[in-house]
Design a protein. Structure first.
Length: 441
C-alpha cells in the first residue's frame, strides 16, 4: 500500500512539473480545443436555426392554405348551394355555372403560389385522386409515399425531411388533410368521386410544402464567418494575454526564486560565518574538521591543524578599547584567510581571540611553512600593542599538530595536540609557533 502511494505521489508530482513547464502549450491547446468546439457548436446551431425557420414557415403556410380552403367551403360553397345552376365540382371548367369544390380550390391555390414563389412548391395529393388529376394527384416519389403512409397512422402529427430536390437542398414538410362533415357529404355524392364511403376524421390526402434551403444556408454561412472571425479574434487576444501573464508570472517567480536563493545563501552564511571576522565560525569548523578528517582517513594522507592565539589580547582591549580590538581581530583574520589557498583548507574563528586553520593533505613541514608565513604577515601589519610582553606590536602564538587519520586516533586528539603545542609556544615567550606531530621522521 505504501509503495503504491509513493508511486502515485511520484507520478502526480511528475505530472505537475510537466504541466508547469508546458503550461503555455497546454493552455493554447485547450483554447484551440475550445475554439473547435465553439466552431462545431455554432455550425450545428446555424443548421438548427435554418431547420427551425423552415419548420415554422411550413406550418404557417400550410395552416394558411388549410384555413383558406375551410373559409372557401363554409362561406362560398355552402352559400352557393342555395342558388340554382351553380355546382361545386372538380371539373368546374367544363360546365356552365361550375365552381371549384373546396379540395380543387385548395389545390389550385397551391399551384398558383408555387408558380409565384421562387423554388417553393405546394402540393396536395391522395391515394384517391379525382379523374382529372390522375397523373399528378397521387404520390410521386418515395418521400410522398412515406408521408402518406405515416400520416394515415398518425393524422395529428407531421412528416418532414431534408433532402435534395433536383440540385437543390430542400426542406419538405407535410400534414394530413382530414375529412370534415361538409367534405364527406360532397365526396360521397359526387359521381366522379373515386371513393364514396368517407367518414369524418379520415385522412383524405396530404398537403405538402417544399422549400429550398440554399439561400438560407448562404445567409447562415455568412453569419458563421462573422462568428468565426470574432471567435478567432477573442482566442488570439486570450492567448496573447495568457502568454503575457504567464511570462510575467514566470519572471516574477524567477525573481522570487533568486531572492529566496540569495536570502538562503545569506542565512547560510550567517549560520556558518563569524559575523565579526567573516571567517568560518566554530560550529562550521567542527563539521568541516570531521569531513576533512574522514576524507584524509580514506586517502591515508597527512592532516595538519594550526591553533592561533593573539598574544596578550586582553591587555590590548583594556589599552585601546573594544572597537580597536575588533579591528585588530579583523586584520588578523584577513591574514589567516589569505593563508589558505587549496581545496579543503579552512580558516576559522575558534573563539574570542583564538583562530584555527585546517590543512588537509599537508604534512608537518608544510604546516610549519604556513605558520611561518602567517607570523611574518602579522609582523608586517605593525599593529601597535604597547602592553604586549612579546613585542611592541600585535603578534600570534601558534600550535601545530599533524597526524595521519586512522581508526586509532580522532579529530579531538588532533585538537588536543595542537592546543598543547600552542600552550608551549605561549610558555616559551609567545610570538612563535611550536610543532607537534605523530608522523615518523
Amino acid at each position: 500500500m505504501q509503495l503504491f502511494q509513493a508511486k502515485t505521489s511520484k507520478f502526480l508530482k511528475g505530472l505537475y512539473q510537466l504541466l508547469y513547464k508546458r503550461v503555455i502549450i497546454i493552455l493554447v491547446t485547450l483554447l484551440g480545443l475550445g475554439l473547435s468546439i465553439a466552431v462545431v457548436g455554432t455550425y450545428y446551431l446555424s443548421i438548427n436555426l435554418v431547420d427551425s425557420q423552415a419548420m415554422h414557415y411550413s406550418k404557417v403556410a400550410i395552416k394558411t392554405l388549410n384555413e383558406t380552403g375551410r373559409y372557401y367551403s363554409s362561406n362560398v360553397v355552402d352559400r352557393l348551394k342555395l342558388i340554382n345552376d351553380v355546382e361545386a365540382i372538380p371539373e368546374y371548367h367544363s360546365i356552365s355555372g361550375g365552381i371549384p369544390n373546396p379540395a380543387t380550390f385548395t389545390i389550385e391555390i397551391g399551384d398558383r403560389l408555387s408558380n409565384q414563389s421562387e423554388g417553393v412548391i405546394f402540393r396536395l395529393y391522395s391515394d384517391y385522386p379525382f379523374p382529372n388529376r390522375q397523373a399528378t394527384g397521387g404520390p410521386q416519389d418515395q418521400f410522398e409515399h412515406a408521408a402518406l403512409n405515416y400520416l394515415k397512422k398518425h393524422p395529428e402529427a407531421s412528416f418532414h425531411r431534408k433532402e435534395r430536390v433536383g440540385n437543390t437542398l430542400s426542406f419538405r414538410y407535410t400534414e394530413a388533410v382530414r375529412m370534415e362533415a361538409s367534405c364527406v357529404a360532397c365526396h360521397n355524392t359526387l359521381p366522379s368521386s373515386p371513393k364514396k364511403d368517407w367518414k369524418v376524421g379520415q385522412v383524405r390526402g396530404i398537403v405538402e410544402i417544399t422549400q429550398p434551403l440554399d439561400h438560407s444556408m448562404l445567409i447562415a454561412q455568412d453569419g458563421l464567418k462573422t462568428i468565426y472571425i470574432v471567435l478567432a479574434t477573442i482566442i488570439f487576444l486570450a492567448i496573447s494575454g495568457l502568454v503575457l501573464v504567464i511570462g510575467r508570472f514566470r519572471s516574477t517567480t524567477q525573481e522570487l526564486e533568486e531572492k529566496v536563493a540569495k536570502r538562503t545563501a545569506a542565512l547560510n552564511r550567517l549560520a556558518t560565518t563569524d559575523g565579526l571576522t567573516q571567517l568560518v565560525n566554530r560550529r562550521q569548523f567542527d563539521q568541516c574538521l570531521e569531513q576533512e578528517w574522514q576524507r584524509s582517513q580514506r586517502q591515508q594522507a597527512p592532516f595538519s591543524l594550526i591553533l592561533c592565539d593573539v598574544d596578550c589580547f586582553k591587555n590590548y582591549n583594556d589599552t585601546y578599547g573594544h572597537q580597536l580590538g575588533d579591528n585588530c581581530l579583523r586584520h588578523v583574520a584577513q591574514v589567516l584567510q589569505n593563508s589558505v589557498r587549496r581545496s579543503g583548507e579552512i580558516a576559522a574563528r575558534y573563539g574570542g581571540e583564538e583562530f584555527a586553520i585546517i590543512l588537509p593533505n599537508v604534512n608537518s613541514v608544510e604546516a610549519t611553512q604556513v605558520a611561518s608565513a602567517i607570523r611574518n604577515a602579522i609582523h608586517q601589519l605593525q599593529i601597535p600593542h604597547s602592553t604586549s610582553i612579546a613585542q611592541t606590536y600585535v603578534t600570534l602564538s601558534m600550535g601545530i599538530a599533524t597526524m595521519i587519520p586512522s581508526l586509532n586516533n580522532s579529530p579531538q586528539e588532533l585538537i588536543k595536540a595542537s592546543d598543547n603545542a600552542l600552550y608551549q609556544a605561549k610558555a616559551q615567550g609567545r610570538d612563535r609557533y611550536i610543532s607537534w606531530n605523530e608522523m615518523p621522521s
